[in-house]
Design a binder for this molecule. Structure first.
Ligand code: UD2
Length: 311
């Protein structure tokens, strides 16, 4: 029986965690519904036991949790605008799926679920950097769904003795992020377009900023969160980021240098539910997990552009 389950294993982050586990010689099961996951992302993961299924179905959750000790729960509809366009789907694929997974995990005796939380739960609160003692203030259906998942994780720790941990991801980017949907992460979209000589669109004035976090930092933190002493992390939620932010305009300039794109960006309407500034305080993850980011934004962006260039 595999020790680890990765949900969303055919997605960008799930895939990356599964690769790292397999490289360590671990036994891994993956599950994905392919709503946003890609078959191509499973190439290189042949040693993983794979189940195609939807976590909104409790029977799928029971099947994939059987015999597992640790779950990395990455499956989600990870997009703010998608949740604005279709909140019910986000609710189903984030809240229902997470609750079903937790019930099945508890019943199967899973020790710990490490959950992909989101910086979006902080909402438009003006305080920067965002720290974990701030009251969450979600302003979009996506943020509500991600926050509900967090609360379920900590409640399951409290009432069933699970060791669940939430990592609040801040705008993760890197190789394998899908660049093809208009719900994709901005850096994936910009890399693809600018390498192809197509004009990217900046929504708003481009002065919004993000604590863009390279995927390797996220993988490292997940492995640390799986191994951290329960007394330190059970039922806790913490930021996972780099602790520095850049604006979209600055990012566009950096990408011009890396991709060779010579044009200007188009400027469009600001997106509904968009947050102006997002920057993390990362001291709690440093204290509880021993986490420090190892790949900074500039280096991560360089690696990411090189990867998309090869596609
Ligand atoms: C939110 C969360 C992030 C993660 C993500 C999952 C915040 C601050 N961050 O990311 O942690 O959970 O959701 O999807 O809530 N943009 C453009 N042009 C484009 C595409 C996007 O200008 O073609 C802008 C967009 O308006 C936003 C920024 O780029 O200001 C980042 O957008 P995104 O969709 O990559 O991620 P975001 O911040 O909604």
């Amino acid at each position: 029986m595999p020790k680890y389950l990765v949900t969303g294993a055919a997605g960008f982050i799930g895939r990356s965690i599964a690769v790292a586990l397999l490289a360590r010689g671990e036994s891994v099961r993956g599950v994905d519904s392919f709503i946003t996951g890609k078959h191509a992302n499973l190439v290189g993961l042949e040693a993983m036991e794979f189940v195609e299924g939807d976590l909104a179905d409790p029977a799928v959750c029971a099947r994939v949790c059987a015999g597992v000790e640790i779950v990395f729960h990455e499956a989600a509809l990870a997009s703010v605008p998608r949740s604005v366009a279709d909140p019910a789907s986000t609710n189903r694929n984030c809240i229902d799926a997470t609750l079903n997974l937790l019930v099945a995990a508890k019943d199967a005796g899973v020790r710990r679920v490490v959950y992909a939380g989101s910086s979006s739960i902080y909402g438009e609160t003006p305080t920067l950097p965002k720290h974990e003692e701030m009251l969450p203030a979600p302003i979009t259906p996506y943020a509500v769904a991600k926050l509900a998942g967090e609360h379920y994780l900590s409640a399951f720790s409290r009432v069933y003795g699970m060791e669940n941990v939430t990592l609040r991801y801040f705008n993760v980017f890197g190789p394998y992020q899908d660049p093809t949907s208009h719900y994709s992460g901005v850096l994936a979209i910009f890399c693809r377009k600018m390498l192809a000589g197509e004009q990217p669109t900046i929504h708003g004035d481009g002065e919004q900023s993000r604590d863009f976090t390279y995927i390797d930092n996220v993988v490292t933190a997940n492995l640390l969160a799986a191994a951290a002493p329960a007394g330190k992390v059970a039922g806790r939620a913490m930021n996972l980021a780099t602790g520095s932010a850049v604006s979209l305009n600055q990012t566009f300039d950096l990408l011009c240098g890396l991709t060779g794109y010579r044009g200007k960006p188009a400027y469009g309407e600001q997106r509904s539910g968009d947050i102006k500034h997002s920057l993390a305080d990362i001291h709690l993850a440093q204290e509880l997990l021993g986490y420090t980011p190892t790949v900074d934004f500039a280096e991560g962006l360089r690696r990411t552009v090189e990867w998309y260039r090869g596609q």
